[in-house]
Each structure stands twice: as structure tokens, then as C-alpha cells.
Design a protein around this ligand. Structure first.
Ligand SMILES: [Zn+2]
Length: 199
């Protein structure tokens, strides 16, 4: 079982079977250079690519929180485009740790699932990486400012032992769920620990 050091909000990384505190809040946003391009019906494109997840470039992503923030930043414009098209697709993928350099993290480029669902288990992890976490978005219509994880999300992470990240397209506030540490509240009670707003 993973152990978490004192302050999970300051970023953490996975080493062996133990989560360690990472490099601090100052490193959260370093290296976020990926900008997702919005194309018509992007979820159709990514559904076709469901088996071919690709690791993003994430220079400076020295802990899981910074990789999570970069992943959400890439996924939120796609989510917004889906909401604008009234399709409400979630986007998501994996948080990855380099096998050759355990201090280097990144994410698999965001893929869309069926409506309001990311079918993470259908995504194949890129070679050369360990899957240490998951991320996804919540598509919200205008005026819907619910934040954080659903109870189902929390149950999932408690079940598979992965760290989860989520952000919604309206508030852009990112939350983390650490299995065994984060309290899973009833539906829509903002389950999760707030990390940062995605710029
Ligand atoms: Zn969710």
C-alpha cells in the first residue's frame, strides 16, 4: 500500500511502492507547453485512437501534480468543444512515470470516452512508462459549477490503487484523489483535495 508524506498538496511522486513528497508548489506549472488543438468532433478522432495512447512531451514535470495539471490543461479545451457541441464527452488518460528516469513524469494525450465517461481501461499505456495515475475531465454546461470527483470516481481509485486527477471546463479547478487518504464523499459533494486552478 502506498504511503504519502505529510503534504499531498505540494506535489508528490511515486518511487517504488511509496509516494514521496515532490518538489513543491513552484514546480506545478513548469513545463506546461502542450496546447491541445480543437478540431471538429474531436471525440470521434480519439475514439478511433483508443488503443493508441501517446505520451505527451512534459518537460519539467518532476512530480505527479505537475503532470496532472499539464494533462488537464490539454484536455479542457477538448472538453469545452464537446460541451459546445452539446455532446458532453469526458476526456482523460494516464499519468505516466518514465521507466528510465523515475523523476520524470508525463501523461498520455487526452482521449474521449463515451458520453460522460472515459473508458480508461481501453487505453493502452505507451511503452517505456509505468502507469501511476489517471486523469479525466468533467464536461459542465453553462452555469454548472460542480467541482471535484464523483463517488464513482473515488470508488474506482480506491479499487485500482491509482492516484486520480479531475477538472471541469467551467471552474478549471483541479482536484486529486489519493487512494486510502482522500475521503470519498457522497455524490457531488466536491470529493477530492483541491490542487490548483488550471490556467
Ligand atoms: Zn469523473
Amino acid at each position: 500500500m502506498w504511503q504519502l508524506s505529510e503534504n499531498s498538496r505540494l506535489g508528490f511522486r511515486l518511487a517504488g511502492s511509496t509516494l514521496h513528497q515532490g518538489f513543491g508548489a513552484g514546480k506545478y506549472l513548469i513545463g506546461i507547453g502542450d496546447t491541445a488543438s480543437v478540431v471538429p468532433n474531436p471525440w470521434l478522432e480519439s475514439l478511433k485512437a483508443q488503443q493508441q495512447s501517446v505520451a505527451a512531451q512534459c518537460p519539467g514535470c518532476g512530480d505527479m501534480n505537475s503532470a496532472g495539471a499539464a494533462a488537464e490543461k490539454a484536455a479542457l479545451p477538448l472538453t469545452q468543444a464537446s460541451v459546445d457541441a452539446k455532446d458532453y464527452h469526458e476526456y482523460g488518460g494516464y499519468i505516466l512515470e518514465s521507466k528510465s528516469n523515475p523523476d520524470q513524469f508525463t501523461y498520455s494525450k487526452p482521449l474521449a470516452g463515451k458520453e460522460t465517461l472515459v473508458d480508461i481501461d481501453n487505453i493502452k499505456a505507451p511503452k517505456g512508462y509505468n502507469v501511476v495515475g489517471e486523469y479525466h475531465t468533467h464536461p459542465r454546461g453553462p452555469g454548472d459549477n460542480r467541482e471535484g470527483f464523483s463517488t464513482r470516481d473515488g470508488n474506482r481509485y480506491n479499487g485500482n490503487g491509482r492516484v486520480g486527477y479531475v477538472a471541469d471546463n467551467n471552474t478549471r479547478r483541479m482536484y486529486v484523489f489519493v487512494p486510502g487518504l482522500t475521503v470519498n464523499h457522497p455524490e457531488w459533494e466536491r470529493t477530492g483535495d483541491f490542487v490548483q486552478k488550471i490556467p
